[in-house]
Design a protein around this ligand. Structure first.
Ligand SMILES: [Zn+2]
Length: 90
């Protein structure tokens, strides 16, 4: 199965970023804003395609082998700022 690992990384790290920022109430976490943040971050990150066996779950271990963690977090933070300053939710 062809899989874009960057997408998994963004999804997982977005949840971390939201958890860390919810206390400060800085981020809207509605579905629309989450997807806007993901789209912007993914457009600014290089795709990282891997092939997995069908049904294989991408674990935290393989996730840690992916070197771009800091880069992904940076792009999520930037995307969150863009979305916060111009939210498209109703
Ligand atoms: Zn929102």
């Amino acid at each position: 199965m062809l899989h874009n690992y960057t997408e998994t990384a963004v999804l997982q790290l977005l949840n971390d970023v939201i958890k860390n920022h919810q206390k400060e109430n800085e981020m809207c976490t509605c579905e629309r804003c989450r997807q806007d943040i993901m789209a912007i971050a993914l457009n600014n990150l290089p795709p990282s395609y891997i092939v997995t066996d069908t049904g294989e779950i991408i674990t935290q271990v393989s996730f840690n082998q992916f070197g771009g963690r800091a880069q992904v977090i940076t792009q999520i933070m930037k995307a969150a700022e863009i979305v916060a300053s111009n939210p498209r939710h109703k």
